[in-house]
Design a protein around this ligand. Structure first.
Ligand code: F3S
Length: 61
């Protein structure tokens, strides 16, 4: 599973970093992905972050 954050959409709410700090990190006021290929143990948390991001900036494939 791969994940990315659309920096044009992200409003820096920080939810993804709280839900899944192994994969997302704040860089200034935007989230960045620090583990593009999501470790199996983090997949559920990563999906939760995607579902809960208020601006749907997180993409999973
Ligand atoms: Fe940005 Fe959404 Fe995360 S707004 S900080 S990608 S939860």
């Amino acid at each position: 599973m791969k994940v990315k954050v659309d920096a044009d959409l992200c409003v820096g709410c920080g939810l993804c970093v709280n839900v899944c700090p192994e994969v997302f990190e704040m860089n200034d006021d935007k989230a960045v992905v620090i583990a593009e290929t999501v470790p199996a143990a983090q997949e559920d948390a990563c999906k939760q972050a995607k579902d809960e991001c208020p601006v749907e900036a997180i993409g999973i494939e």
